[in-house]
Write a protein that binds this ligand. Sequence first.
Ligand SMILES: Nc1nc2c(c(=O)[nH]1)N[C@H]1C(S)=C(S)[C@@H](COP(=O)(O)O)O[C@H]1N2
Ligand SMILES: [Mo]
Length: 396
Amino acid sequence: MLRSWNRRQFIGGSIAAPLVIPEVAADALPPSAHKPGGEPPAYGVPAPDERYVRRTISEDGMIAKTPLAVQRGILTPSGLFFTRTHAGVPRIESRSHRLLVHGAVVRPVFLTMRDILRYPSTTRIAFIECAGNTSQEWNAPSGRTVSETHGLASCAEWTGVPLRTILEDVGAQATARWLLAEGADGASYDRSIPRDLAESEALVVYAQNGEMLRPEQGYPLRLLLPGLSGNASVKWLSRIALMEAPVYSREDTARYSEDLPDGRVRPFVFELGPKSVITTPSGGMRLDDHGTYQIVGFAWSGAGSIRVVEISIDGGATWREAHLDKPILPKAFTRFTGEFRWTGDAATVLSRATDEQGTRQPTREELLARRGSTMSYRYNAIHGWKVCGDGKVVRQ
Ligand SMILES: Nc1nc2c(c(=O)[nH]1)N[C@H]1C(S)=C(S)[C@@H](COP(=O)(O)O)O[C@H]1N2
Ligand SMILES: [Mo]
């Protein structure tokens, strides 16, 4: 069979001589080329060979981690987005869901999803990271794969209504410096959030990666606070109360406050520093032969966009700049790549990110010196993988 889709070639705008296409013997064609294929499914799913691509679910079912090693671009597919719940995934119907906005406002309202969809909307890409991501590294470094160590962070495109628009609409009073966000799940989950932090970028989100939210991401409505600790992005959002002071809820106090080295407690900590991790090669992989490999990873910062990522292949003795793929978006995953020649000797690969504020990801020693080892949240130190002499990749 002669395949002739390329009979003419255009050079400088004029038509060149016809190309001679080499012939291909019929039996050299792949079997799939001999017959018509099947119908596409009405809602597509990954190819059968990709069935191993799965979130890892904790024994109690409250945590599902993203398989970052096989995330190929900056957007986490919706079905692989990490999920953290405190009382499981509730089943909520869009048609009966309501958002109550009240407290220090001129016009308290119950908004239906139809009301929400009538507000002017906007779309942006942002990561969410659980404050507990990589928390095992504080005291007992463990975790074999990058999903185990860093899988409580994911990135998606979100669509919704700026919180500011809703606050203006209900006439939020100037004295209301705090808001309480509450979810409709069984966790009685509520968080007090400083209004200035929330109002600048927060979205009341109903869609993710171009379709309505997945149930585990908060269907039909969630808060998204780009760049801030994940627990502030309240899912199954059912109430926003405007207040003059925080309520000191369980989540505000027993959970997401921080013990300082001097014994005091710091409540309402939301910021996330620059962080990066190499996803290829990473724990559990194996290099086949000596030669050149591509290093791939993700970097992100709650403070804005990533300015530089550096890679070391000698355990931190020397560093060189990684290539950053575009787009480089604020408070989103940035994909970085670099080259690695594996000669067969053991090697340790590390990455460190610097964000637009000029803040550089610390070493573990620097982080512990600064924040003490009793910490359990917001660990963001440099992480490494060791390529052993037999090609096996394990944690550093
Ligand atoms: N209503 C409600 N919102 C919630 C939670 C919850 O348990 N209930 N978990 C929080 C925590 S701790 C995190 S890290 C993020 C995780 O968002 P995701 O599951 O969409 O990744 O949701 C937050 N919002
Ligand atoms: Mo979290």
